[in-house]
Design a protein around this ligand. Sequence first.
Ligand SMILES: [Zn+2]
Length: 303
Amino acid sequence: MNTLPSDLVFFDRGWLSSNSLLLLGKQTTLVDSGHFSHAPLLKELLNGALERAPLQSIINTHLHSDHCGGNAHFQSCFPALDIRIPSGQWREVLDWSHMERTNEGIGQSCPAFKATSQINPNTEIRINDRVWQVHAAPGHDMEAILLFAPLEKILISGDAFWENGFGVVFPELSQEEGFKHVRDTLSLIGDLDPNLVVPGHGRMFTQVKDSLNLAYQKLDYFESNPVSHAKYASNVFVKFKLMQEQRMSFSTLKAWAVTCPVLIQTREHFFPHVSFHEWLNQIIHDLTLKKSIAVHGQLLLNL
Ligand SMILES: [Zn+2]
């Protein structure tokens, strides 16, 4: 299958929010709820597709704020909503202070929600008339999962696999093993041999072999040069902040950055020879060259 069947509806709202996939049927289910700031917009989009039926469950591929940020909003709209999260993060979510610390650590925020059930890797779940295999997808996030519909060969890959690569490999930033897990996850995806991939960000794609090759090339490069991965990650964190705020003065951005644990840690470990200020200027310069942000006097604008 090269296109989505009519009971699966894809929502792409840019890069601040993850993509979402709505599974229509008796058990209406949303995979990933995007960034909290886009939740009312996503609710409007869902209203059109749900035709007054309530949303019954949300499944999160992993618990980064751009994937589960809308959970709280949907839980308030649909009080009986079942929020199903990867089992590896169950304990963390039960005591929200853990989640708060994790989000603060990467300079992001996510409204608190109540998870109601767990999804275990190496199992199958039936949603409406379709069986989905649940696979562990460590690397970008160690507890992330993939969902794969074997009959139609549709893969929901979260941030483990995109058309042009994969998400920041978080464990590597704290000197834990991450690249090896990314390699294993890419190998698993190769074995599943999907026909259609619904990624966490960017458009859906069918040229899976080309994208796998590209992902392996990036992984090889990052593995041989971890500083390049740290640079990429730092640019992503600053860009994400600007996507969220849309515009910030340089001084406000700097005030945030100097207290952002992941940026502090990344600079100290990978770029100890430059001052924080110089390093941040370099990130802004890189993002400006890529036309990812613009600098107007003292003001930084998201593009
Ligand atoms: Zn994401």
